[in-house]
Unconditional design. Structure first.
Length: 406
């Protein structure tokens, strides 16, 4: 009996402990000592579900070594590295190619994203006309805030001319609104003081490396400029051209036989870009289920990875995780500079946004350029985009190819 007891105790002491299953709250450290929270569920199979309002991000690459844990984000290169117990995880969120490190703390059992003690003192549901960096001409840009509120809980997003800030979730306590999101690539925090339900003044934090002020006023009729008026061909051009490698090194051009006599949708994007990921998921679904005959897709990836090898690895990871069926070409590595991107497509007035979509007809001529992407977090704007996109692509598909058009 004594020997049996000792063996049993030894066996129990060697059991591997994992973080406890259930709801967790994570906090990233930003500038000014601000906390950027998000919520997730840790599962018994050592996977996670991260929540931002209606968005759920499934994370299935979790490695446990002793008391250390590594949590790798799907698609993006971001990774959490830290130490864990059953009820806590602490360490750093790292983006190696950008040399960014953000400390974090995660605790089990905390259900609220923002810990609120007092009742809301403001109502923000509706549309807001916003300006970011309002006092700096070179950095100033406009946005449209779209919010829903139920009690102290607030969800919504900011749309800009180049895309949206995706799914934001948070709360109002007294007259202070706080919204956050963590999507595996970006960590955003918005704090604003709301005055009289009609004006807000706040600060936008991106991780622990950037912040800027913003102001907003309630304006239910406010709209951003048309996404089809911002990027266009320079005078004297009616086509775009490029010859770029896919991840196998094969050069691909619009002059290749596969594209001749077909309408082509060209996506300017980066694997690091959440708006691009939203758009790529939609394009993949459309390509697989709704694309008409006579239409092809190509993506041009502008990557900040420091080498072609690492950039191609990111492209292949995106293709594998999302199931992208069309070519993604490596247009640039080492920087995501839009100025550098424009050097690859000098016939454009500028590359203003990742993503940007160029619509080419069967004669090889550019018919339309759409800057940015209204993702699913924007609600009606997203469904309107889908309707318009599919109608326009169908129109291009229905047009005849005229051999002697030149």
């Amino acid at each position: 009996m004594i020997v049996f007891t000792i063996v049993t105790l030894c066996a129990c002491s060697e059991e591997k402990i994992s973080p406890k299953s259930g709801e967790w709250r994570a906090v990233l450290e930003t500038m000014d000592g601000k906390e950027l929270p998000f919520q997730f569920v840790y599962k018994s199979d050592n996977s996670l579900s991260i929540y931002n309002a209606e968005e759920v991000i499934e994370v299935d690459e979790v490695q446990i070594i002793g008391d250390s844990i590594i949590i790798k984000m799907p698609v993006y290169e971001g990774v959490f590295k830290g130490k864990y117990t059953e009820n806590s995880i602490s360490g750093d969120f790292i983006k190696p190619s950008l040399d960014r490190v953000v400390p974090f703390m995660m605790k089990q059992g905390e259900e609220e994203r923002f810990l609120v003690a007092d009742a809301p003192g403001a109502q923000v549901e509706g549309n807001w006309e916003a300006v970011f960096s309002p006092d700096v001409d070179d950095d100033r840009y406009i946005a449209k805030g779209i919010f829903k509120q139920k009690g102290h809980k607030v969800t919504g997003t900011f749309r800009t001319t180049t895309g949206d800030y995706r799914y934001l979730e948070g709360a109002i306590e007294n007259d202070m609104m706080r919204l956050s999101t963590f999507d595996g690539a970006h960590a955003f925090l918005f704090e604003a003081k709301v005055q009289g339900d009609s004006v807000m003044n706040g600060v936008f934090y991106s991780g622990n490396h950037f912040k800027e002020p913003f102001t907003a006023k309630r304006n239910e009729s406010f709209e951003l400029p048309s996404a089809e008026s911002l990027t266009f061909l320079k005078e004297g051009y009616d086509k775009i051209s490029f010859s770029l490698p896919d991840t196998d090194g094969t050069m691909v051009s619009l002059e290749d036989d596969v594209y001749m006599g077909k309408a082509v949708v060209v996506q300017i994007m980066g694997t690091w870009c959440p708006n691009c990921l939203d758009e790529t998921k939609y394009y993949t679904d459309y390509h697989n289920n709704s694309k008409p005959e006579g239409v092809e897709f190509i993506s041009l990836a502008f990557e900040y990875a420091p080498s072609a090898e690492k950039a191609n690895r990111s492209i292949n990871r995106l293709k594998e995780r999302v199931g992208v069926p069309y070519p993604i070409l490596l247009a640039q590595f080492g920087t995501s500079s839009k100025q550098k991107a424009n050097e690859k497509l000098p016939m454009l007035n500028h590359v203003l946004s990742y993503p940007t979509t160029i619509f080419i007809d069967k004669q090889g001529k550019v018919r339309k350029i759409h800057t940015g992407f209204n993702g699913p977090a924007t609600g009606k704007e997203y469904t309107d985009f889908v309707t318009e996109f599919e109608a326009y692509v169908q129109m291009l598909a229905d047009e005849e190819f005229m051999v002697d058009a030149e």
